[in-house]
Design a protein around this ligand. Structure first.
Ligand code: ADP
Length: 353
């Protein structure tokens, strides 16, 4: 009975009603008025049919009204208008789907909540260090250090370095927030990637010299035009090359190479630095992720450099990957689309030369 369809239940009810009606007709026939056989058959049959349609109509209206309330509150739509069996079946299916959607939504919300907590925790942790050191230097200066020529200038310089670090971290954060909100309007155009890499190598020369690391192109590449946002791709190079310099060994190298395919170019940024253990690689592009935090971190790093690079490359519709061997070095790879135009173009496709 539990699994019966509503229309079958109404049918059972109507048959019961016909039987009662037959008994009643027979009593009337034997004790009050003599009825003809067709009438004795017709009365219970007609009353049974009548009962079936009345029950069906009332039950359908009842189900439609109740389901209407439920549907409007969970699905924001009206239930379908069909036979009651279809209506009940569809409602059961809809509730199952709704339950599945809800549990997916709950899992997503829980993940977002965990992520938000971790993000805020990381952010507070990263900002605490420079803020506390600025506080320390300022307090020391207030407590008399300002008049001590041995410390006053160096403390101010250190406080200034710490505030630079905070500023660059906030800039990275601002950028990653925009990237994640898809607010980063990419100005895609055709540009010469060989020229861009050369510019970036030149701009970072002083920094590379300080760490005694040689940054260069793997070989002499011809002008190679690709499609993308020149500034953003420039930032990807800067982040990867800076990491190779920061984490690299003295007298080491960082080489940038191109592998050409039909309409794609693969760019490789490799170094002979300390390398990264395979167990850290899957999380390397996550925000704030750092390998062996205490030993490997560099002043000024926000732990966002690779996350930003990944976002930029993915928003161009490409992928960034890493291969690394501890003790031998790391290789970062990303792809870009090669341009059919062999002159630089503006973001609106207008040739610039
Ligand atoms: P950070 O600001 O700490 O450099 P990144 O997102 O740029 O943040 O890098 C994440 C972590 O990956 C770094 O903390 C470092 O441990 C590791 N890493 C990145 N690039 C290299 C590299 N070329 N060689 C060795 N380790 C690297």
């Amino acid at each position: 009975m539990n699994n019966s369809r509503p229309s079958i239940l109404i049918l059972y009810g109507s048959i019961a009603f016909s039987i009662v009606s037959l008994v009643f007709t027979l009593i009337v026939h034997s004790s009050m008025v003599a009825l003809t056989i067709p009438l004795i058959i017709a009365i219970p049959l007609i009353s049974g049919l009548f009962a079936y349609f009345i029950f069906y109509y009332l039950l359908k209206r009842f189900i439609q009204q109740r389901l209407g309330l439920i549907y409007r509150s969970i699905r924001n739509k009206d239930p379908m208008n069909a036979g009651i069996d279809r209506m009940v079946e569809t409602a059961e299916l809809d509730v199952t789907h709704w339950e599945e959607d809800q549990s997916l939504e709950i899992t997503k919300l829980k993940e977002q909540e965990a992520f938000r907590r971790e993000f805020l925790g990381n952010l507070a942790h990263e900002l605490k260090t420079p803020v506390f050191s600025i506080q320390g230097y300022i307090l020391t200066l207030i407590d008399g250090g300002i008049d001590d020529p041995k410390v006053n200038k160096s403390f101010l310089e250190r406080a200034s370095k710490a505030s630079d670090r905070m500023a660059s971290m906030l800039e990275d954060l601002d950028q990653i927030t925009k990237l994640e909100a898809n607010e980063l309007n990419l100005q895609q155009r055709s540009f010469d990637i060989t020229e861009l890499v050369t510019e970036i190598i030149d701009a970072g020369e002083i920094f590379a010299k300080e760490k005694e690391i040689k940054v260069s192109l793997k070989k002499d590449y011809p002008s190679t035009f690709v499609v993308g946002d020149r500034d953003k791709i420039g930032q990807v190079f800067t982040n990867l090359i800076n990491n190779a310099i920061f984490y690299g060994n003295k007298n080491g190298f960082c080489k940038i190479g191109f592998n050409y395919f039909d309409d794609i170019i693969e760019i490789e940024v490799s170094d002979d630095g300390p390398g990264i253990d395979a167990k850290y690689l899957p999380r390397l592009f996550e925000r704030f992720y750092r390998v062996e935090k205490s030993r490997n971190r560099h002043e000024g790093g926000s732990g966002l450099g690779l996350a930003i690079a990944k976002h930029i490359i993915e928003s161009h519709g490409h992928k960034i990957t890493v291969k690394s061997v501890v003790g031998l070095g790391s290789n970062f790879y990303f792809t870009l689309k090669r341009s059919k135009n062999n002159v630089p173009h503006s973001s609106r496709g207008i040739p610039l030369k």
